[in-house]
Design a protein around this ligand. Structure first.
Ligand SMILES: [Zn+2]
Length: 355
């Protein structure tokens, strides 16, 4: 079968210098595994970290791809819940299922956790014609959801779902601030918060504001402007007039970090919540602690999600309440171009790659 493989890490993000199409044997299922023909896979930033070999030396030779969807073509002897012909998508959080974290519903905190297609290998990921997963990491794709949509959802949708539903426990009527609403995470953050009956302010760069509104955000603010937080607070004041008169934000969906962090803290109401899963513009932030202890602020960390959260979120995709956004579709033959596009960040939605 054809697979997108690299044998060495790249320098200066020259992906074309390391990516090759190779012919390798199709995998056979281990007793607990399903083997599936990949129909669509979605790019994630961990593909780039993998090729760089930084911050982690991934196993070589390597096949990337953590979000893959396709048709099951073989199953191991111990597989009971999935049959040949089922449409599945990967739940890329591969945990031991035995440790205390796993058995208390925190599989994302498993010390043995590996992200499939990033930390796994050699030659074990989604950018190939046929791949394999433990049954427990395969989620059935609901009817009405395409392979491309399922792949575009998996990692990003479940991460956003766990932040807002699992951790922040959003409620109808709350005012939610989605930072980076034009990003892969933000696209789902906006839609999840709207589905839960919240009012949503999204921040984005100027060229993505209109798209945030089309996804359902009630307001969109350009976070590249120095005083973006003042605009958000003014919106919250207006919103409060129609509710309880208390300005400020109930829940902030944060994955940016950097210079925005302390401004975000000033926007929270007393007893409000900030949930964070990333730091794309910097992790070494300044925090005015008065915003935390005076106001009884909840700062919640979040990473990935449980398999059942992915299943819950996909149900709402099948009902049309959450819509994955696909920026573009490539084949593995043009993978270097696809990854360069992701690196440059000039995209709205997920990049899909097909074998
Ligand atoms: Zn575990």
């Amino acid at each position: 079968m054809r697979a997108l493989v690299y044998d060495n890490y790249c320098v200066n993000d020259d992906y074309a210098s390391v990516l090759q199409i190779k012919d390798i044997p199709e995998p056979a299922p281990k007793p607990n595994e399903v083997v599936f023909r990949v129909r669509a896979a979605a790019l994630n930033y961990d593909d780039i970290w993998g090729m760089r070999g930084v911050p982690l030396k991934v196993p070589l030779p390597h096949i990337s791809g953590s979000d893959a969807a396709g048709d099951v073509i073989a199953i191991g002897d111990d597989v009971t819940g999935i049959k040949i012909g089922d449409r599945i998508v990967s739940h890329g959080n591969m945990s031991c299922r035995l440790c205390k974290n796993c058995t208390s519903g925190r599989e994302f905190d498993c010390k043995k956790r590996k992200v499939w297609g990033f930390e796994t290998g050699p030659l074990w990921g989604g950018y190939c014609e046929v791949t394999h997963l433990p049954e427990v990491n395969a989620v059935k794709i609901p009817d009405g959801v395409s392979y491309e949509e399922a792949a575009a959802c998996s990692m990003t949708l479940m991460t956003a779902w766990h932040m807002l539903v699992g951790r922040a426990q959003i409620k109808p009527g709350q005012l939610v601030l989605v930072m980076g609403g034009g990003s892969g995470m933000g696209i789902f953050g906006i839609q999840i918060a709207k589905m839960y009956g919240c009012t949503v302010i999204a921040t984005a760069s100027g060229d993505k504001l209109e798209k945030c509104l089309q996804l359902g955000a009630d307001y969109a603010v350009d976070h590249r402007k120095e005083d973006w937080h003042k605009q958000v607070f003014a919106i919250s004041k207006e919103f409060a007039k129609t509710k309880d008169g208390i300005p400020g934000i109930d829940v902030i969906f944060e994955h940016i970090g950097g210079l925005h962090w302390n401004k975000e803290l000033t926007l929270l109401k007393y007893g409000a919540t900030l949930v964070t899963t990333g730091a794309t513009t910097g992790y070494d932030v300044i925090t005015d602690l008065r915003h935390i202890f005076f106001k009884g602020t909840n700062i919640l960390g979040s990473t990935l999600a449980t398999k059942s959260e992915l299943e819950d979120a996909l149900y709402w995709v099948s009902k049309g309440k959450i819509r994955p956004v696909i920026d573009s579709v490539y084949t593995i033959d043009n993978a270097a171009e696809a990854h360069t596009k992701m690196l440059r960040g000039n995209l709205f939605g997920k990049i899909i790659m097909k074998p």
